[in-house]
Design a protein around this ligand. Sequence first.
Ligand code: HEC
Length: 120
Amino acid sequence: MLWLGLAAWLLQTAANPFPETSASIEAGRRIYVAQCTQCHDAKGKPVVPAEPGATKPADLTRPKDWVHGMSAAAMFETLREGTEEMAGFKGKLRDEEIWRVIIFVRSLWPEDLRRSAPQD
Ligand code: HEC
């Protein structure tokens, strides 16, 4: 248990192991298209839920509006563990795949935010 906790802590505090290159953005995009576009469209905009009253997904191009934080560590936690309204991906995506998706999602942000927000 201690080791698991330590490993989780290391992952959450670690910077993204992948560089922001066009190849890694493309690798992340492929995972995103397979896992996320049911609720966030290909450009990161929310897909309006079919069920009335269902929570509208977040706009991934506006990370300052997110409630759980936009640092890479916060995004990793959001995606791995999920939120009140979005199931986590820990059973579906490996940790490396989550980091790749994060690279893609950052590529949807306005240029100034991409430059100013650290990768860790
Ligand atoms: C079944 C629908 C669904 C899928 C699939 C889904 N999301 Fe979400 N997502 C939501 C909803 C609803 C919210 C808004 C509620 C919330 O923030 O908890 C959200 C919020 C978010 C947020 C913002 C969380 C915050 O801090 O406010 C991020 C980032 C995000 N999603 C990324 C992703 C990524 C990346 C994927 C694919 C790996 C994904 N989502 C797949 C429904 C979904």
